[in-house]
Design a protein around this ligand. Structure first.
Ligand code: ADP
Length: 337
């Protein structure tokens, strides 16, 4: 196993006036055995970053180390990493066993050793009873597990996952997410996992790197990112529905945006902010009330104990103590506590 260190990484595609800076001076230290998720909207540079760690893309500046080695110029095969992609491309004519064994065979690992490694990976992934099947005889989730098995048998220092779950339906995605967590608990291999899905990031990550337009907005635990977002971008990207960002909330200092999560606004009949309910969404155990505070939209998340106002109704509500956030209007960055 190994730590990963990214130091002042830059990536530019193209040259001269057409040059496109897609990663800007990014530094992050990932601890040995840690599971780090890289999350951000499409086009923010997540895959490029992962591919640079894998050695599939050159870096334009900076240093990448895996363990004690600087790997900047090493070929992917020399980096001791294993990649799991969205398109896992199993060999259709080979059995599950042969698919998992193939890379080891090429690397001239002995047949006895291959048997041991594949059997162990298959047991962890609950594929032992499927080893003689062909990929076409498997479900989508099982195929994805074979793809992970192929990575595990290599016993790499680092796992790199590039949106491995995006081809699966919602139920299977949730299940495979749990399997990946279990896998990480059992093997403890340092992992970098790319996704655009903030729920996936929140549930899988020990720490997460939130990216926006080629730079790192925040690197922290899911709890930190949720409860102390470093910028308005993070505040609105993490959490669903997103944090309310109010420019004209009563009592907010000039030049500041007040952030408040929908679950942190409580009904306070007769006092607090007066607003008008617009629409109400029923989501099983809770309701979302979309209201207007002056001209600004504000969403409240109410549980069953609170009576939701009807659309069009005037009502009063107040942010919970200690749950508001302040951001600078110009930079969007968090201010003070
Ligand atoms: P993400 O994985 O977050 O969706 P990518 O890392 O794929 O984002 O892409 C980041 C940016 O780099 C995008 O603007 C994309 O258009 C650009 N890009 C990616 N690959 C190339 C390439 N081979 N040549 C030029 N631009 C690229």
């Amino acid at each position: 196993m190994a730590a990963i260190s990214l130091s002042h990484i830059q990536k530019t595609y193209g040259k001269g006036p057409r040059a496109n800076l897609v990663i800007q001076d990014l530094s992050a230290d990932i601890a040995d055995g840690e599971f780090v998720v890289i999350v951000g909207p499409s086009g923010c540079g997540k895959s490029t970053l992962l591919r640079m760690v894998a050695g599939l893309e050159d870096i334009s500046a900076g240093t990448i180390s895996i363990g004690s080695r600087v790997v900047n110029t090493l070929e992917p095969a020399q980096r001791d990493i294993a990649l799991v992609f969205q398109n896992y491309a199993l060999y259709p004519h080979m059995s599950v066993f042969e698919n998992m064994a193939y890379g080891l065979k090429i690397a001239k690992v002995s047949p006895a050793d291959i048997r041991v490694r594949v059997d162990k990976a298959a047991a962890i992934l609950e594929l032992s009873h499927l080893l003689e099947r062909k990929p076409r005889e498997l479900s989508g989730g099982q195929r994805q597990r074979v793809a992970m098995g192929r990575a595990i048998v290599r016993q790499p220092q680092v796992f790199l996952f590039d949106e491995p779950l995006s081809n699966l339906d919602a139920k299977l995605r949730a299940q495979t997410r749990l399997e990946i967590q279990k896998l990480h608990r059992e093997l403890g291999i340092t992992s970098l996992f790319v996704t655009h899905d903030q729920v996936e990031a929140m549930t899988l990550a020990q720490r997460m790197i939130v990216m926006n337009g080629g730079h790192m907005e925040q690197f922290g635990t899911p709890e930190e990112v949720y409860s102390r977002p470093a910028s308005t971008f993070v505040a609105s990207f993490i959490g669903s529905p997103p944090m309310n960002l109010l420019r004209q909330a009563p009592g907010t200092p000039a030049g500041r945006i007040l952030g408040i999560r929908p679950e942190h606004v409580v009904l306070t009949p007769g006092s607090g902010w007066a607003m008008t309910a617009d629409t109400v969404e029923l989501l099983g155990a809770e309701r979302l009330v979309h209201a207007k505070l002056g001209n600004e939209p504000l969403t409240l998340r109410l549980d069953e104990s609170q009576k939701a106002p009807a659309p069009g109704e005037r009502f009063e509500a107040t942010p919970r103590d200690g749950k508001t956030h302040l951001f600078d209007t110009d930079s969007g960055l968090r201010v003070a506590a």
